[in-house]
Write a protein that binds this ligand. Structure first.
Ligand code: BDP
Length: 709
């Protein structure tokens, strides 16, 4: 139980033989090409049913007479083999019909990929012991359901916590792509249809002829699973001296030689990857080059790639994460305003195959942010939401933080554009503003570690990402419980304990790492891991708490602050403009208040800070006990691996609690009514300890624990 097969373990179902008669003995997969998703669906069904039920089924690739069968194929393949379906299901691209009523199981996809998705959906039910008869049509909420992988060509992964890259090493694409194929299989089972394989902080040498050929190999192993390949581009590649490509003297998006350069490189890529999904571009952000160097707009930059891709049917995911911390003239007083300033004036100027990829909040994957107002401000542009599966600011897989509920809050948020219902999930699906493109990008950063993402429990986030991208109306807890049953087992006490830990994990992390909307008070300089509240206001990268001896919070009101609240449609803007109507959990995000400001609960800001940090850390202690209740109910391998992490989280939550509570106590001088803060008679600080035979060692990067508080 090393985690490698994740939720596709196909563990034997208790009493599986009793269900043999519920499942036909023959599988008809209506495509005999071994690289077609329908063929793969047949293999998967055979392997799954054997493993889950112990039932050996035969696979055929053409109409098979006699007895009841499991038939899997596209609408077209089906009607060719069996004649037209009795009624035509209402299927969108990638959608499927799963009909288990009667003697035959029909799994019919709109396309090959859809048929494979239907096969996985059927196996997911069987693996959970669910033999309820269904005749259901399932369609994706949006066409774009991608992961972004921040893999570097040297094999490292930016913000990856699970080892090295599965596909890059030493500047090129590895020869053994077994894990890459296994990853595509996992992604297909949750409806993900493309992977951007390299870091948004891209390297031009991805575009050498050898690497383009390597991208072709990656695409070849992913294609049978219906997963397409996309790549991130380095904007100034034409001047980067890419081996095997022309070297230009400029990268101006309107220069004819630059336009030619990109169209030529794009053609070369499509020769090797005829179904490449498209490009992802991070431009003019955090030191990355972009069109602004030539006084061109971001739209002119995006359209450069759109035009090169257009003949091939590819799309440009252009990131809205544009701000420049190093340039005071562009960087306004509030980094949260930057996206609106850059993108709002450009609405309507992007080509049809450009999608603006927007992080869920206006800053950067914090534990609590308001929804990015950009979703409400560029109705003429197709948009996608960027979520982060890898837990960069959220404990880096050393803390268990189930993100389904966070994403649901964002996706269900009603932005009230033109005073009408405008749910984020309906904006990104394209429904609200009438776009055919739109969807989801999840930064997942899986590595060579057997758990894929760095910890067994964190895989619930990858699973939930795919399931919610397919259907954002699902309940985060239901999705979690499917994952638990598939990944561990169906024992009710296992489901209960894991559900409780997971569902309480995001609120607990928020409480001990930074509540009331002050954001994750982590080290902001680089590690983004331990507590380091003092870095928040001291650097240009800061998230800004604006804390001093009497007050705390960032005033983002129109009346007195940075004006950010005014970026929302009127109903929402008005709510955030006023302290009285701003929800407590975003109070310090929008307002600069006295520590003694009263919350809606009647508590003061500072006392709530103390109380919640203690409460959050106390909850994290219970996770260890709850996890211990699983001993013997799940396999030892995963039990002990996760136990180690829970013990760490319990301890680190205390470090967080004390670092933050002490910091604000020292700053404000206001004592904790419950007399806990600053009062730890039992504690011996690490720096007062000496251990024989050991030398003090400066940890790099520096991690704040106790000394600085
Ligand atoms: C930040 C990460 C950084 C990424 C950047 C981005 O710290 O590593 O390059 O976002 O999304 O969260 O471009």
């Amino acid at each position: 139980e090393n985690g490698l097969s994740a939720w596709l373990r196909y563990a034997p179902l208790q009493g599986g033989q009793h269900f043999h008669s519920s499942v036909p003995s023959h599988i008809v997969a209506l495509n005999s090409s071994t690289v077609s998703p329908v063929y793969i669906a047949g293999q998967e069904l055979q392997q799954g049913l054997k493993s889950i039920l112990g039932k050996q089924c035969n696979v055929h690739h053409a109409h098979y007479g006699g007895g009841s069968n499991i038939v899997v194929g596209t609408v077209a393949e089906y009607s060719k083999a069996y004649g037209a379906l009795s009624s035509t299901p209402d299927l969108l691209d990638d959608g499927y019909l799963l009909d288990t009523i009667g003697n035959t199981v029909q799994i019919i996809g709109k396309n090959e990929r859809g048929a494979l998705y239907g096969a996985f959906a059927y196996l997911s039910k069987v693996a959970q012991g669910n033999f309820t008869k269904v005749a259901e049509v399932s369609n994706p909420s949006a066409p774009i359901r991608w992961t972004n992988e921040w893999d570097n060509l040297d094999g490292s992964i930016e913000r990856g916590f699970a080892g090295n890259s599965n596909w890059f090493s030493n500047g090129s694409i590895v020869s053994n792509l077994t894990r890459t194929a296994e990853y595509a299989r996992l992604l297909a089972s949750i409806g993900i249809n493309a992977v951007v394989v390299n870091n948004v902080n891209a390297n031009a040498s991805l575009l050498t002829p050898t690497n383009i050929e390597g991208l072709g190999r990656i695409a070849d192993v992913m294609r049978p699973y219906g997963v397409q390949v996309g790549i991130s581009l380095y904007f100034s590649s034409p001047t980067a001296g890419v081996k095997g490509q022309a070297n230009l003297t400029n990268f101006d998006p309107l220069d004819e030689s630059v336009v030619q350069w990109w169209s030529n490189v794009t053609d070369q890529i499509y020769e090797h990857v005829p179904d490449m999904a498209g490009y992802l571009v991070k431009a003019n952000s955090e030191g990355q080059p972009g069109p602004l160097t030539y006084n061109r707009t971001l739209a002119e930059g995006a359209n450069l790639f759109a035009k090169a891709l257009q003949p091939h049917g590819g799309i440009v995911m252009f990131r809205a994460f544009v701000y420049n911390p190093l340039n005071e003239t562009v960087w306004t007083a509030d980094r949260a305003n930057a996206q609106i300033e850059f993108f709002k004036p450009l609405d309507g100027e992007f080509d049809d195959n450009v999608v603006i990829q927007i992080k869920y909040g206006p800053i950067d994957f914090q534990v609590r942010e308001p929804v990015s107002p950009l979703f409400a401000n560029i109705p003429k542009s197709a948009v996608a939401i960027e979520l982060q599966v890898t837990q960069e600011y959220l404990g880096q897989q050393c803390h268990l933080v189930y993100l389904g509920p966070l994403w649901k809050e964002i996706l269900d948020y009603d932005l009230r554009v033109d005073n009408e219902t405008s749910l984020v999930r309906n904006i990104i699906s394209g429904e609200r503003f009438n776009h055919s493109l739109g969807g989801y990008a999840g930064v997942s950063n899986v590595g060579t570690n057997e758990t894929w993402i760095g910890s067994h429990m964190a895989m619930s986030n990858l699973y939930a990402y795919g399931r919610l991208a397919w259907d954002p109306t699902l309940d985060a807890q239901d999705v979690l419980q499917d994952w638990i049953r598939l990944t561990f087992n169906t024992n009710p006490s296992v489901i209960d304990a894991m559900t409780q830990i997971s569902m309480e994990s995001w609120p607990a992390y928020e409480n001990y790492s930074g509540n009331l909307g002050v954001q994750t008070l982590t080290d902001i300089l680089y590690t983004h891991f331990g507590p380091n509240p003092q870095t928040q206001d001291n650097t240009i990268w800061g998230q800004w708490t604006r804390a001093d001896q009497k007050t705390i919070g960032m005033d983002r009101t129109v009346a007195n602050g940075t004006g950010f609240a005014g970026n929302y449609p009127p109903e929402i803007a008005e709510m955030f403009e006023n302290i009285a109507t701003t929800p407590d959990n975003l109070l310090l995000w929008f307002h600069h208040v006295n520590y003694t400001q009263l919350l809606k609960s009647g508590q003061t800001v500072i006392q709530d800070f103390y109380d919640q940090h203690y409460a959050g850390a106390a909850t994290a202690q219970t996770f260890t006990t709850l996890w211990e209740s699983l001993q013997g109910k799940i396999d030892d391998e995963r039990y002990y691996d996760q136990l180690f992490r829970q013990v760490f989280q319990a301890g680190h939550s205390l470090v967080w609690r004390d670092a933050i509570a002490n910091f604000y106590y020292n700053l404000s001088g206001i004592p904790d009514e419950a007399k806990r803060v600053g009062n730890h008679p039992y504690r011996i600080e690490a720096e007062s300890m000496e251990l024989d035979g050991y030398e003090p060692y400066a940890v790099i990067p520096f991690e704040a624990a106790s000394n600085f508080t």
